[in-house]
Design a protein around this ligand. Sequence first.
Ligand SMILES: [Fe+2]
Ligand SMILES: [Fe+2]
Length: 140
Amino acid sequence: MTYDGLYEMLEHDHAKVKQLFKEYIENEDISKYNEMKKELVVHMKGEEEFYYPKAKKADEDLVEHGIEEHEKVRSLIGALGQLGENDGEFMAKLRELKMAVEHHVDEEEHKLFPKSKDTLSDNEEKEIVEKIEEEKSKAM
Ligand SMILES: [Fe+2]
Ligand SMILES: [Fe+2]
């Protein structure tokens, strides 16, 4: 699917991840968890490779903070992989992951995106969308 705007594309990913979390928690369908994990990993990689370097012009500290939060999310995903879904601690860790993701998404949507909207040119945004879409088509 092609999106016109960079922020629409990133926010669409965020909404998709939130939806998959919900579906996993409601139905305990591990395929939803695996799909969510893949979405998250690809989304974070795309942001780090193509969006964050440009967004640093808008606010370097927010971007550095965002990378730290991505690291936290990746480490929780790693811990969940070690536990496996039948482990008693899995749901507690999953809730931790869900909170970390929701917090991070909220900061991006309410702090970083508004700032970078004012800073990046249309062409830069278009280029980021193209690169992220290319990366996704390879990964998905
Ligand atoms: Fe992010
Ligand atoms: Fe994001």
